[in-house]
Design a protein around this ligand. Sequence first.
Ligand code: PEP
Ligand code: MG
Length: 556
Amino acid sequence: METTLRGVGVSHGVAIGEVRHMGTAVLEPPAKQIPAQEAEREQGRARQAVGAVAADLMARGNLAGGEAQAVLEAQAMMAQDPELMADVDRRIAVGSTAERAVYDAFAAYRELLAGAGEYLAGRVADLDDVRNRIVARLLGVPMPGVPDSDHPYVLVARDLAPADTALLDPSLVLGFVTEEGGPTSHSAILARALGVPAVVALPGAVELAEGTVVAVDGSTGEVFVHPSEEKKERLTAQAAERRAALAASTGPGATADGHKVPLLANVGGPADVPAAVAAGAEGVGLFRTEFLFLDDSENAPSEEKQVAAYRQVLEAFPEGRVVVRVLDAGADKPLAFLTPADEPNPALGVRGLRTLLDHPDVLLTQLTALAKAAEGLPVYLEVMAPMVADRTDARAFADACRAAGLRAKFGAMVEIPSAALRARSILQEVEFLSLGTNDLAQYTFAADRQVGAVSRLQDPWQPALLDLVALSAEAARAEGKSCGVCGEAASDPLLACVLTGLGVTSLSMGAASLPYVRATLAKFTLAQCERAAAAARAADSAEEARAAARGVLSGE
Ligand code: PEP
Ligand code: MG
């Protein structure tokens, strides 16, 4: 029978398919004794499982290629380590089950590795992953990590971290559903980057049985479990209608009366550029450069590697605007060689610009690489710093840009309430502001953006957040400078109209959201957007603000 679950819709569209769970941690198998005559059979089971897991890791390596292949092949070798296998055999011979013997033999090996110097200790996580795979196979439970499936599926997980999704095949993922996470969590950002529908903060998501058919509506946040044929047809038809309406909207972003609001794309690297260009992005409003730093947990990428990656993005937008954010490490994006390991509260610790000011060599290399990448190109390069708290931060960043000989506009992200409150003072040092509404919401409401239980407070319609947006935009207007939004708030079409009404000068979002925002903005005049913004700010909750803005814009 059809049932309906409700979460937070974070990426538009409809996905209908079978549930596949992101495999979770493997539990410790019970320590039960087996009779001696079963030992041989158990040893056979263990060898068969080890062989299958090693073969699977090799096959995945072949598919992935590059550095991922080297890691997966090393894991396959670990699985077949002769000493480890001899220990498994020994443990079974004295009465262990195959799964328990594997579990205990790996635990002993793990201790050895953990105490054997930094390099080998770093392999402990890989070893755990191999153990979990073998034990899962022996227990007949889903493999940890990305599901094994040849058929497209709806991915269900407690939450998704960037590392979980490195091997995700976008052609197989119809949509995402997560139990945790809010509108600004990585699951949401990733879903929008892939252009697949997604619902987050869905209570009961992890209890959905593997293989259950669900219909996910990423616009309304509804997930229909065992949808009727009629429901499936209706949802599919609605989605097709929406797509057709969107395809009809093209050109630069503007309100119905021609007030221009450049619509820019958020990208994570050169791989995201084709989708941004196809969606008609007028440039890049946020180039998250972290991706370049994720390959190697020990070192920063070389200047040459950075120049090549930046140039690919800059070349894609000749005459366009490209806003590059310098490395934002720490908190939810830790980097082993930069992020302190012992902070009690990493989100309030050394992250973003703070990390770079502590490691001026890393900042200088990045800024020098950007200067070289832009050489000879007609692009309008803008460079901004994440997590600017005050004028001192802004000045330090602008000084670093000047010292690197960078010919670009320097800007500051507004992600900390202090930066919004003192925006005019920050603008004495930099030429533009860009509102990172994801972190701005996190810090305004003291609500971790990764925790589903507080997603109500992460809602970008919260009037307090709108007040901070208005303060920043007013400050920029008074200084004759620009103030864009590059947080996820910009990707909500109705909210995009409200942000425009608050005085924001550009909107940057995942490419998949661009057509929705362009089409909605084109329906209303600037005066209507201003009235909707005033109505939203006068509300007392996110729901009321949304309803008030909708009321004004639909003429209710
Ligand atoms: C933000 O915080 O709104 C933002 C754009 O940065 P990120 O999501 O990468 O932290
Ligand atoms: Mg941020």
